[in-house]
Design a protein around this ligand. Structure first.
Ligand SMILES: Nc1ncnc2c1ncn2[C@@H]1O[C@H](COP(=O)(O)OP(=O)(O)OP(=O)(O)O)[C@@H](O)[C@H]1O
Length: 377
C-alpha cells in the first residue's frame, strides 16, 4: 500500500469522533470521500472511473489532484458539487452528506462551492461586470448589494478597469480572472479548479496561481484543483493526491510525495521536473571503469528527499568524500521549505569509496541516498 507512508486516510466518522490520528490542531475536513466509486454507462458498456476512494481534504488548504489523462480527476472533483453523482459511497462537504440533499438544498449548497474551468465558461454576449453579476442576480440579491460585491471582486482579481469589456477583448489570463471573480460571488468556503491554468502560457499561469494562493490565504478558502501539470502542484499545493486508473496511488504533503515518490504513476508524472543527466555526460558515462589505464572519474549521485532538514552542505560533502570531489551537475528545489533533488559528483577513479550507509544516516549524513551511476574517462 503506497499510501500508508503518507497522510493516513481518515474517514469522516474518525474526523468527527476525534480519532487518535486527528490531533487537536488538525483542521476540520472540507471534503471527505467515503468509499466513492463511479461507473459510467456508455454505448460500449460500463466504464469504471473511480474505485473505493477514501480521502479527507483538510479545510483551508490548497489540495492538488493529479493523474494521467483518464485517471478520474474530473470525475472525483465533480462529485464534490454533485455535477457527477457517485455510483457508490458518499461525499461529505463541510460535514454534510450531499447525496441526501433535496434539489433546493443542493442549489443552496452549490453556492458554497465555487468552480473555475479550463476554458473559462464566460458568456460572450455579456460584459465582464454582467458575467460576475449574473449569479447574484439569479440568486435574487438586491441590485445595490450586487454592485458592491461585483466591484469588490473585480478589484480583488485585478480587473477594476474592465467593467464594460466583453470577453472576446480579454486575454486568457484576464478571462480566468473573471472566472475567479464569478466563482467567488457567494463567498464560498470551497473553490474547485478544473485545469484552471492549462490553457494559459507559463507567465500567465504563474500570475493566476499567485492569485489563487492569495485568495486561499486572504479569504481562507479551501482550494481543490485538478491538473496534469506537476509544476502547478509544486507551485501552490499543500497536499497532493495522485490518482491512477481511478484509484489512489498515493497522497500526502507535496514535499513528501515529490521528495520520495513511491508509485510508478507519480514517478512518471514527476519525470519532466527532474534534472536529468546532461547529454554530453550521458554519452560518456560507462557502466564499468575503463581497463586501458586512462584516468577516469567515478560519478556519484547524491539524492535529497527533504526529510529531517538535510540539505546539500558542500563543505561537509567534500570533507566526507575522498580526493577532490567535483560538482558535475544537479539541481535542488525547495518545496514547502524542504530541499529536494540530486547532485552528480565526480571523484577520482582510484579513490576508495567510503561505506555509503555511514554517509546517509545520522547527524553526519551528507545525503539521503548515494549511488554510483557510472564512470567517465
Ligand atoms: N460521461 C462519461 N461517459 C462515459 N465515460 C466517461 C464519462 N466521463 C468520463 N468517462 C471515463 O471515465 C474515466 C475517467 O475520466 P475523467 O475525465 O474523470 O479523467 P481525468 O483524469 O479527468 O482525465 P483528463 O485529464 O483527460 O480530463 C475515463 O476512462 C473516461 O473516458
Amino acid at each position: 500500500m503506497h499510501e500508508a507512508h503518507h497522510t493516513p486516510v481518515q474517514t469522516h466518522a474518525q474526523v468527527i469522533a476525534g480519532h487518535p490520528n486527528s490531533t487537536e490542531s488538525s483542521p476540520p475536513a472540507a471534503v471527505v470521500f467515503e468509499q466513492v466509486g463511479k461507473t459510467y454507462q456508455s454505448s460500449a458498456g460500463p466504464v469504471a472511473a473511480l474505485h473505493a476512494i477514501d480521502l479527507s481534504i483538510p479545510s483551508g488548504c490548497i489540495y492538488g489532484i493529479i493523474g494521467r489523462s483518464g485517471a478520474g480527476k474530473s470525475s472525483l472533483l465533480r462529485t464534490i458539487n454533485r455535477l457527477e453523482e457517485p455510483s457508490e459511497g458518499r461525499v461529505m462537504v463541510e460535514g454534510v452528506d450531499i447525496g441526501t440533499l433535496s434539489q433546493q438544498e443542493l442549489v443552496r449548497q452549490r453556492r458554497r462551492i465555487g468552480m473555475i474551468f479550463q476554458h473559462f465558461n464566460l458568456l460572450s454576449a455579456k460584459t465582464v461586470w454582467d458575467n460576475v453579476a449574473l449569479p447574484l442576480r439569479v440568486a435574487g440579491v438586491p441590485e445595490p448589494q450586487v454592485k458592491e460585491r461585483v466591484q469588490a471582486l473585480l478589484e480583488l482579481v485585478g480587473l477594476a478597469d474592465k467593467h464594460n469589456t466583453y470577453p472576446r477583448r480579454l486575454s486568457g489570463g484576464q478571462k480566468q480572472r473573471v472566472g475567479i471573480a464569478r466563482a467567488l460571488v457567494h463567498n464560498p468556503p470551497i473553490l474547485l479548479c478544473d485545469e484552471a491554468t492549462s490553457a494559459l502560457d507559463p507567465e500567465t499561469t504563474q500570475a493566476i496561481l499567485q492569485l489563487l494562493k492569495d485568495i486561499n490565504q486572504r479569504l481562507n478558502i479551501t482550494i481543490i484543483l485538478i491538473t496534469h501539470e506537476m509544476s502547478v502542484i509544486r507551485e501552490i499545493a499543500d497536499e497532493v493526491l495522485v490518482l491512477e486508473q481511478g484509484r489512489i496511488a498515493e497522497h500526502g504533503p507535496v514535499w513528501q510525495v515529490f521528495g520520495a515518490p513511491e508509485h510508478p504513476a507519480t514517478q512518471a508524472l514527476l519525470a519532466p521536473l527532474q534534472h536529468s543527466l546532461p547529454e554530453d555526460l550521458a554519452a560518456r558515462l560507462q557502466p564499468q571503469p575503463p581497463n586501458n589505464g586512462q584516468p577516469f572519474q567515478q560519478v556519484l549521485q547524491l539524492f535529497y528527499t527533504g526529510q529531517a532538514g538535510l540539505v546539500p552542505d558542500l563543505p561537509h560533502i567534500a570533507a566526507r568524500l575522498p580526493g577532490h570531489p567535483m560538482l558535475l551537475h544537479g539541481g535542488v528545489d525547495r518545496i514547502q521549505g524542504h530541499a529536494q533533488g540530486s547532485l552528480l559528483i565526480g571523484l577520482d577513479g582510484h579513490a576508495t569509496l567510503p561505506d555509503f550507509s555511514l554517509l546517509t544516516q545520522g547527524e553526519q549524513a551528507i545525503a539521503h541516498r548515494i549511488e554510483v551511476i557510472g564512470y567517465v574517462v
